[in-house]
Design a protein around this ligand. Sequence first.
Ligand SMILES: Nc1ncnc2c1ncn2[C@@H]1O[C@H](COP(=O)(O)OP(=O)(O)OP(=O)(O)O)[C@@H](O)[C@H]1O
Length: 597
Amino acid sequence: MKKPSLLLRLLRYVVSYKLKLSGLILIALVGVGFEVLKPLPVKIIIDSVLSSKPLPPLLIGLAGQSIWWADKGALLVGCLAVMAVSAAGSALFAFWVTSFMAGFCQRLVTDLSIELYHKLQQLSVTFYFKNKIGDLLQRLSSDVFVVYYLVAQIIVPATSSLLSLGAMFYIMACINLELALVALSVVPLLVIALVVFTKPMETTTDKQYQSFGNLSAFVQQSLASMRVIQAFARESLMQKKMETHVMEYNRAFLKATQVSAGYNQLSALITGLVAVIVVGFGAHQGMNGVISAGDLFVFLGYITALYGPVNSLSIAIGTSVVISSRSKRLFDILDSEEFVNDKPSSTAPARLSGNISFENVDFGYGLRTSGKLTLRNINLHVPAGKTVAIVGPTGAGKSSLISLLSRFYDPWSGRITIDGHDLRTIPLGFLRENVALVLQDPFLFPMTISENIAFGKPDATPDEIRKAAQAAQAHDFIKKLPLGYDTPITETGTSLSGGEKQRISLARAFLKQAPILILDEPTSALDALTEAQVFAALNKVASEKTVFIITHRLSAIKHADLIITLQDGAVVESGTHQNLLAMGNTYAEMYNHQQIA
Ligand SMILES: Nc1ncnc2c1ncn2[C@@H]1O[C@H](COP(=O)(O)OP(=O)(O)OP(=O)(O)O)[C@@H](O)[C@H]1O
């Protein structure tokens, strides 16, 4: 996508807050009026109080030949009063603009963050494999401020600068058109500088934010895996990698800063040189009596004041380049289509009982065109209420198979049905409400134990939470914690052992009371006795559910209604424990091997 269209999109986003934006611009413009007014009373004092020049025709036209104007003392007081009012007005409006803008921009940032978070929640697992969490974090916490900059450094300053330049030019042109045109020559020169600098500014800013994203991702990943780093004594290796990332960012930052400072200083130089010419030319006109001392004062005042709006405009242009780069990082998220779609026609059945079929299912990660299949021609029927165990060597495709059931991915071909409904025709939210999942890595949220267990059923009563914990063999160790169920889990759950975390995530799945229960190696971190207790509890819970369980401990699934062995993505055998032992193939080999071990 091209940069200008990115900026336009961002602009459209901000402009949708019509009322607040127009209010803000209006206040800013009134403030500009007071600013432009400032040198005019001094001109009248110089020309008509200290000398005897008649009042400007515009003033006389506005208010007529009032008598008090003839009294120089009264005229002086009038001018001083206007000066005081414009000083107070400009201070008051500047304050109003700042506070109004802060509130409005904060609202924009908040709304955009919420919109991004909403979108991120919809994106599929594939998106999270492709994007680094640290980089996403940086987009969500820092890049969202582009809307703030768009309003505070572009829209408001550019509008007030244009109005202020227009008003000053008009007044200068009324005084002396030639001189006003010389002053205006600054504009084309600034445009030339901008054309020269735009491309380098875009490239260096892009690089700066890319390397900052990489740095954030590296820091996030290494902090999350600090225990592994320390266990392998690889602190110095990681330190070096960190230094490389920091150096890369520093280089990119320096380059971007140099280019942008080059542009800013060239603009300042152009403005400064034009001011010198205008002052020289104006003074010459004054010496020849073409303009009065008061007029020259207004000119000099405006020439100095001209730098402010021109500078604001050039900053606004520079900022627009930065904003384009950063907003691209946001729109990449908002435009991402890496999600498993709900069909508009999908309708929720009254209930799901959990009668599941895989029909000729082929599946692979990545693009279909790559043709690399992870699951091949899977055909499987599991009646409601039955337990199916999936076994097989590591990398065979077991986790991939169950991830299709929650629709983290869709099959490349074939279909999966529940109670005869193709998964793709069931609303995603409804489907996931009916599936309870325990993943290999038992993730806990930084909340209390009780909130973690009730994550899938936030309205659960304390009694329901306790019962689920008891079923998962978690109640006894939870009770022994100082705060029991109210114990907060630290960010990474490091205050609990692997087995304790696993039992809490089991309790979470049990409490959800979904008709389909999927367990991916749910007891891998448990000792033999606790594992046996968990499986006993599981058998009770499983009696009313369709259960898919992946485990390497074959003795634990002897009583499963169906056992399937996966190898290289294909089902190589299926049946009950006794059938498979009798067959004497892969399952029997694995089982006998475990018995000896
Ligand atoms: N997100 C992914 N993107 C690309 N390839 C993947 C992804 N997840 C898994 N794979 C690949 O798919 C294949 C099957 O992986 P899967 O995790 O399903 O196996 P598994 O039988 O569950 O293994 P394990 O017993 O070790 O958990 C592997 O070759 C793996 O590298």
